[in-house]
Ligand binder design. Structure first.
Ligand SMILES: Cc1ncc(C[n+]2csc(CCOP(=O)(O)OP(=O)(O)O)c2C)c(N)n1
Ligand SMILES: [Mg+2]
Length: 678
């Protein structure tokens, strides 16, 4: 296999590395080497991980955390702290080293030694919730930088509400080549530029290396022109020169635009043979290379130990913000906005917010509107928006279809952040990540809007929302073949099943106006994960006959029981519930008594007690009806049930014709019941 043997090539990075290592060492250089040494040791001990990125970005991170980043290690959740997002999450040891060195509780040397081990806060990639200093979960490239755009936007929105004396902080991101290659970074950066999020700074680790080797293999963007075109300021610096780093960071703090600083770095700086190569990206250096790196860096301390004088200097960096935090606490104490600020930051809903929803439900009960669930959602928003000032809406260019905008919200724009509605543009992925960032920032509850089928364009960010348990609400309309003429590209088939498969997501598919109000209520109340409201384009009748209880809170319930012993149970969601009700009436006329169960939220139904679920589902034959693929319905139907739904993509036609064409009709349901009963 000689042909496959790679020729021994020169490593061009080594000459630059030699020049960098020959520079007179500065205090910052020594501090940065503590990061490098910890990254080397932790990855060696775990026998896996990514040493190259922390070694390459250590100098930039040191300057940032010791001079610019506003934080106080004594209170990592201080609301007015700067947000730091390590978008290149594979370089997680950089963040853990920074948290340890700056003296954060809960990230001691023991935790660093447990890098990548079960229950360690120093997990393979940064995980939100594992340590209070971790602002979001990163790892899927592009997500971090896009989440950070949402955080920077949240800062502007809250500053417009509470004033600069309470809200005045920056958002810092470290992003890699991979982050900027990913499509989502384009959406997010364009949005940030458009909105002029000038307190957002991306420190781009431009090491020209990714896993396959030199980024030139696949990547020839002019990053400066690209970001300039979005409306960003950009700078290029030697990422190992403290003076250039400091000057660029200082520039960023004065910039009137979001700023990208392209830091020319050497991945794995210090490694004697592997520096500047993909070999340092994602595996332990190995004993010999690790020892060589430490020697080259002049690092003599034993593994996992940092000399006292360096640790002291780092701890000073960690408490640098203490005075600023105390001054802020004083301002908060004297602010007449304090109760409201503390309320929203704690994620506590206003008193009486749900009274408006209760009134709306009663109104729906009295008037029994026949409207699309997207319309009843808008009616819900008309009462929720005034009742919950922290609610921030938006849509990916489908405002008039999603019906996500209601009177009085005001538009968010570059010059005006007092509004409550964000025109995200046609950027579903970026919108979803931004919404995660808004939620993770705290103080606001974001909802988004698009067509349900385009959750395909949102999914990686929905997943980050689910992993981080972000309080985000997605308004997803045009939820089935019921959207009609737009045809199969716009008709979701597999989406319900695929999203129901995602942990921690609540997928709601309400059947009428009252269920919509109930689901909105649940989504607003739920603060431990995202909710999806899956809504129709077409009108549906109001079927509910009482509003005393929030029936959707149990996930599923008997909407109409059989008149007499149950011959069968029809189980449906959303628009198919009224079709099931028609089938029930038709069967009843023949003396076949069936019950109709509405199952708007599988996740909530699943956690009800066995007896409740058994009573709802009954022991009679079960027929499931949903204008979507049947994957997953076995859970409720058992092996003996019948599913009526879709087995292929849809088609373009008026929706009534499509329902008949695909056999999702009261007649088809009644026929299935008769057949089942033999
Ligand atoms: C969306 C996504 N695709 C692929 C990966 C796997 N992956 C991890 S890092 C990386 C690229 C590494 O290059 P770069 O981003 O420049 O990081 P560096 O090696 O310079 O630290 C890839 C493809 C990922 N984490 N996320
Ligand atoms: Mg790279």
């Amino acid at each position: 296999m000689a042909a496959l043997d790679a020729p021994v090539t020169e490593n061009p990075a080594l000459a630059r590395q030699a020049e960098i290592l020959a520079r007179p060492p500065t205090p910052a250089w020594h501090m940065a080497n503590a990061i490098r040494a910890l990254a080397i040791d932790a990855v060696e001990a775990a026998k896996s991980g990514h040493p190259g990125m922390p070694m390459g970005m250590a100098d930039v991170a040191t300057a940032l955390w010791s001079r610019f980043h506003k934080f106080d290690a004594a209170d990592p959740r201080w609301p007015d702290r700067d947000r730091f997002v390590l978008s290149a999450g594979h370089g997680s040891m950089l963040l853990y080293a920074l948290l340890y060195l700056t003296g954060h509780d809960g990230m001691g040397i023991e935790q660093i030694k447990q890098f990548r081990q079960l229950h360690s806060p120093a997990a393979g990639h940064p995980e939100f919730g594992m340590h209070p200093g971790i602002e979001t979960t990163t790892g899927p490239l592009g997500q971090g930088i896009s989440t950070a755009v949402g955080m920077a936007l949240a800062e502007r929105l809250l500053a417009a509400r509470f004033g600069r004396s309470l809200v005045d902080h920056r958002t810092w991101v470290i992003a890699s080549d991979g982050d900027l290659m990913e499509g989502i970074s384009h959406e997010a950066a364009a949005l940030a530029g458009h909105l002029g999020l000038s307190k957002l700074t991306v420190l781009y680790d431009q090491n020209h290396i990714s896993i396959d080797g030199d980024t030139a293999l696949a990547y020839s963007d002019d990053v400066h022109k690209r970001f300039a075109a979005y409306g960003w300021a950009t700078k290029a610096i030697d990422g190992h020169d403290p003076q250039q780093i400091n000057a660029a960071l200082s520039f960023a703090t004065r910039s009137r635009k979001p700023t990208l600083i392209a830091c020319q770095t050497i991945i794995g700086l210090g490694a004697p043979t592997k520096a500047g190569t993909a070999a340092t990206h994602g595996s332990a250096l190995g004993a010999q290379e690790a020892a060589g790196a430490k020697a080259a860096l002049g690092w003599n301390a034993p593994p996992f130990s940092v000399p006292d004088d360096l640790l002291t200097r780092w701890h000073e960096a960690g408490s640098r913000g203490a005075g600023t935090r105390r001054a802020w606490l004083k301002r908060l104490a004297h602010s007449n906005m304090r109760p409201e600020f503390e309320r929203v930051m704690a994620g506590k809903l206003p008193d009486n917010w749900h009274e408006a929803v209760a009134a709306l439900k009663q109104e729906f009960l009295d008037t029994k509107p026949k409207i699309a669930t997207r319309q009843s959602s808008q009616k819900a928003l008309e009462v929720l928006v005034p009742a919950t000032p922290e609610l921030i809406g938006g849509s990916a260019d489908l405002t008039g279809s999603n019906l996500t905008l209601v009177k009085g919200m005001g538009q968010v724009s570059a010059g005006n952040f007092s509004g409550r509605y964000i025109h995200y543009g046609v950027r579903e992925h970026g919108m979803t990540a931004a919404a995660n960032g808004i939620a993770l920032h705290g103080g606001l509850i974001p909802y988004t809007g698009t067509f349900f089928v385009f959750t395909d364009y949102m999914r990686p960010a929905i997943r980050i929302g689910a992993i981080t348990r972000a309080h985000v609400i997605h308004v997803l309309t045009h939820d089935s073949i019921g959207l009609g003429e737009d045809g199969p590209t716009h008709q979701p088939i597999e989406h319900l099943a695929s999203l129901r498969a995602m942990p921690h997501l609540h997928v709601y598919r309400p059947a009428d106006a009252i269920e919509v109000a109930e689901c909105w209520e649940l989504a607003i109340r739920r603060n431990d994960g995202p909710s999806l409201l899956v809504l129709t384009r077409q009108a549906l009748p109001t079927m509910r006959t009482e509003v005393t209880e929030n029936c959707c809170s149990r996930g599923g319930y008997v909407l109409a029981d059989a008149d007499g012993p149950r011959a069968a149970t029809l189980i449906a969601t959303g628009s198919e519930v009224s079709i099931a009700m028609d089938a029930r009436a038709a069967l009843g006329a023949e003396g076949i008594n069936v019950a109709v169960v509405s199952l708007p939220c599988w996740e909530l139904f699943e956690v009800q007690d066995e007896a409740y679920r058994a009573a709802v589902l009954g022991s009679a034959p079960r027929i499931g009806i949903e204008a979507a693929g049947g994957f997953g319905w076995e859970r409720w139907l058992g092996t003996d049930g019948v599913f009526i739904g879709m087995t292929d993509f849809g088609a373009s036609a008026p929706y009534e014709i499509l329902y008949r064409h695909f056999g999702i009709t009261p007649e088809a349901i009644a026929a299935a019941v008769r057949k089942k009963l033999g």
